[in-house]
Write a protein that binds this ligand. Structure first.
Ligand code: SAH
Ligand code: SF4
Ligand code: F3S
Length: 430
């Protein structure tokens, strides 16, 4: 009975893949280790989206040198996007690694680990990048009332800065019947909220609004979220579905990346600032109380002060509720890595700080409009800063902090908002 410790980096897809893999391993008789020290097998599920993420990963692997020296039988493995990107080269960069398992090979992981346990060899399996995950999924989930559900894998958009299409393969949608079966199973087990995952949910092959309609009728599920929407494919039809389907939450994550048409073109994003703002206008009209969040990259190659100001202007017009902001990072073989990364780190840093400060101000202003209102909250658990408090999320995905007993965890309550900050609302249960 070997024990597994799985550490996950990166996005929600990776979190879901880690559950999938842990489920497979548990089904095969492996057990879960509570810490790295207690593990026979340590697996890193990795992210390559920015260089910094990769460096942190390799330094984490390196940190296990002492442990491996004391326990030569310890198996250390790499899965996920960096595994797919490096393949056998990962063994050179990280000599401690015993195996490398690509994004399409995850179903083979139990056998791969058993083989290493038997033969003590090093294995690289990264030859199935475009494989479909097996459709009958193991039941294992980390949560009890909220869960991610994958509706597709891969990406065909090739935004010029992005490594994802190279490490996740071509876009393939999961069969609607399998998705529905999975969500029905979650509902039976008491799950209340699902978040549908795909690199671009709006290009779901059977029609995304139609899929939302089918899932909306599953009894027991109370909230449906989704991410990510690409502005070139998000549509008024989607916003109407969000309005008309009672379980679909009023939150849209719509990555802007840049507000400059010149940069958007270089990024291969296939929309203009005007089209983006039109979309936002449509969203606001159809879902007046809905929230809007985004991703922004500062310092893409050749970005001028004027390009950057265009981004700031769009932020002021769109008035996002929050924004994930990143410094551009060159990711070969993504196309933009062949452009000169000519915005200095100091300027990237300065621009990043400008948009973070601006977003902080707008977030707080948007939140202030909620003071005095009563909002529906799904209670997540105790606060990380103050364990005497409870925290949860509104349908619009805002964090709410309030007093209450642990009995409320996993339940939906109404909270009247008192004070607000840029990242949270405070209130009391009514
Ligand atoms: N499919 C999703 C998620 C992609 S990765 C989408 O299209 O939004 C999440 C975010 O990371 C992206 O939206 C982008 O803002 C950021 N990102 C991706 N590649 C990057 C790079 N090379 N440098 C900096 N940020 C990057
Ligand atoms: Fe990357 Fe663009 Fe695909 Fe998102 S849509 S994963 S940013 S290539
Ligand atoms: Fe996600 Fe990072 Fe891969 S953002 S898809 S884990 S490169």
């Amino acid at each position: 009975m070997k024990k597994i410790f799985l550490k996950t980096f990166g996005c929600q897809m990776n979190l879901r893949d880690s559950e999938f893999v842990m489920g497979l391993l548990l089904d095969k008789g492996f057990r879960k280790a509570d810490s790295i020290e207690a593990a026979d097998v340590v697996i890193f599920n990795s992210c390559s989206v920015r260089k910094h993420a990769e460096e942190r990963l390799f330094s984490n692997i390196g940190d296990l040198a002492g442990l491996k020296k004391n326990r030569p039988g310890l198996i250390i493995g790499l899965m996920g996007c960096t595994a797919q990107s490096y393949k056998d080269q990962a063994l050179e960069r990280a000599p401690l690694l015993d195996f490398v398992c690509g994004t399409g090979n995850e179903s083979d992981l139990p056998k791969l680990i058993s083989d290493i346990l038997k033969d003590g060899c090093r294995i690289v399996a990264a030859d199935k990048i475009n494989a479909k995950k097996i459709e009958v999924l193991p039941a294992y989930r980390t949560g009890a009332f909220k869960s991610f559900v994958s509706i597709g894998e891969g990406c065909d958009n090739f935004c010029s800065y992005c490594i994802v299409p190279y490490v996740r393969g071509r876009e393939r949608s999961r069969d609607a019947r399998d998705i529905i079966r999975e969500v029905e199973d979650l509902a039976r087990r008491g799950f209340k909220e699902i978040t549908l995952l795909g690199q671009n949910v709006n290009s779901y092959s059977g029609g995304f609004a139609k899929l939302l309609g089918k899932l909306n009728s599953i009894k027991g599920i109370e909230r449906i979220r989704f991410m990510t929407s690409h502005p070139k494919d998000a549509s008024i039809e989607l916003f109407k579905a969000m309005r008309d389907l009672d379980k679909v939450c009023e939150h849209l994550h719509l990555p802007l990346q840049s507000g400059s048409d010149r940069i958007l073109k270089l990024m291969n994003r296939k929309y203009t600032r005007e089209k983006y703002l039109k979309l936002v206008e449509g969203y606001r009209e159809i879902l007046p109380g809905g929230s809007l969040t985004t991703d922004i990259i500062a310092g893409f190659p050749s970005e001028t002060e004027k390009d950057f100001k265009d981004t700031v202007k769009v932020m002021e017009e769109a008035r996002f509720d929050s924004a994930f902001t990143f410094k551009y990072s060159a990711r070969p073989p993504a196309k933009a890595s062949r452009l000169k990364d000519n915005v200095s780190d100091a300027i990237k840093e300065k621009r990043l700080k400008t948009i973070i400060d601006l977003q902080c101000r707008i977030s707080e202003e948007n939140n202030r409009a909620l003071a005095g209102r009563t909002v529906e909250v799904l209670v997540d658990g105790h606060g990380s800063k103050d364990p005497r408090k409870l925290t949860g999320r509104t349908r619009t995905n805002k964090v709410v902090v309030f007093n209450g007993s642990a009995d409320f965890i996993g339940k939906i309550v109404n909270v009247r908002i008192g004070s607000v900050t840029s990242y949270a609302l405070r209130g009391r249960i009514v």
